[in-house]
Design a protein around this ligand. Structure first.
Ligand code: HEM
Length: 349
């Protein structure tokens, strides 16, 4: 469904408080043939249960014990590839790059900040982190887009073959990269990051006071990034399969049964987040699930936080809302969704 427009209100609007978005007690859904966890406490407990292993939506992709060891090794290598010193160095290069990019855009006319700012900057980020040849950037980005379209909309069977072919060619082109999981990293950085930024920036454009607050006080960014990840985070649902009988709260999950972790709903659980659908850049307290939690949490979380912060700082410095009366068009599917175009107006600094 990537590329097909879906109409939907901004995520932090009252319309997102529909009954389906409210957390419910853990229950077995016989149509889905899976347990459904949507309360924050249940999802958190599931993340910390070592006998619930990551799988695809229909239970596919379950790893053998041997593959699980290999996966843990890749995760450790990926974590080690992003030490604080390297992140600081990338940050010092990527912020001026974002500023230069913003300055190439016209002033006082509507600019699509997804196509003309978030995407080219994220591509530069992907090239920088993976060490790819910048000349290969456009080809790598096209292949990454094929992979990402299927991740965003896993129900669309027609996207699977192009995704597999794109993924293979991408791995081949990046075979000499020093970065572990270079292909997957390139996809996430060049494609997933701009979708995350599109979600976050649309929310900020609908809240000019918050955008102004970030512009005037960039030191609030670390906390603001956490709140933006909570309300605009891309991962909506994750899947697990039990490899032994496990007890979570009141329910017993039998070995072999599947569990759907409703991250988006849990990230808006009023039991943990007062005014859960509102954006509160000063919010303190519980950690969100946008980058997972526990032994399978995102190995690039620090990098994603840095990238979201840098890009949002430069975005807030350079852009203000525009009055363009465009309905928001949503793309993607059950994997993740993002709005595009997102229009803003560049300020003359
Ligand atoms: C905006 C971009 C990204 C988002 C939203 C994201 C989100 C996530 C989430 C939600 C998980 C938890 C999965 C689970 O519990 O089943 C995860 C795991 C992971 N991510 Fe990311 N991620 C992003 C970028 C990246 C990048 C760039 C890399 C690699 C360089 C990466 C590597 C990993 C790894 C290795 C895991 C652990 C998988 C496992 O142990 O099962 N992620 N990510």
């Amino acid at each position: 469904m990537d590329g097909e427009a879906l109409q939907s209100p901004p995520r932090d609007s009252p319309a997102s408080e529909s009954p389906e978005s409210l957390p419910r007690a853990a229950h077995f859904d016989s149509e889905l043939e899976a347990w459904v966890f949507s309360r924050y406490a249940d999802v958190l407990a599931a993340f910390h249960e070592p006998h619930l292993c990551p799988v695809g939506p229909r239970g596919e992709g379950q790893l053998s014990a041997e593959d699980r060891v290999l996966q843990a090794k890749t995760r450790t290598e990926t974590l080690a590839a992003f030490p604080a010193t390297k992140l600081a160095q990338w940050e010092s290069e990527l912020e001026p790059l974002a500023q230069r990019l913003a300055e190439t855009l016209p002033v006082s006319v509507p600019v699509d900040v997804v196509a003309d700012f978030a995407r080219p900057w994220s591509l530069a980020l992907a090239v920088r982190v993976t060490g790819a040849d910048p000349a290969d950037g456009p080809r790598l980005a096209a292949l990454a887009a094929q992979v990402s379209a299927s991740t965003a909309d896993p129900e669309d069977a027609g996207l699977k073959a192009p995704a597999a072919a794109g993924g293979e060619e991408l791995e081949q082109l990046l075979r000499n990269a020093s970065q572990p999981m270079a292909g997957a990293a390139f996809v996430a950085l060049s494609q997933t990051v701009p979708c995350l930024l599109a979600n976050a920036w649309l929310i900020l454009l609908n809240r000019p006071c918050d955008l102004e607050r970030i512009r005037a006080n960039p030191e609030i960014l670390p906390r603001a990034v956490e709140e933006l990840l909570r309300v605009a985070g891309l991962a909506r649902i994750l899947h697990r399969q039990a490899v032994a009988d496990v007890q979570i709260g009141d329910v017993t999950i039998r070995s072999g049964q599947r569990v759907r972790l409703m991250l988006e709903v849990a990230n808006h659980d009023p039991a943990l987040f007062p005014d859960p659908h509102g954006l509160d850049l000063s919010r303190r307290g519980s950690c969100h699930f946008a980058l997972g939690v526990g032994q399978h949490s995102c190995a690039a979380a620090a990098l994603i936080r840095m990238a979201t912060g840098v890009a949002t700082k430069v975005f807030a410095r350079n852009f203000v809302p525009t009055n363009l009366p465009d309905p928001v068009q949503w793309h993607g599917g059950s994997g993740f969704r993002w709005p595009a175009p997102v229009y803003a107006q560049r300020r003359s600094l």
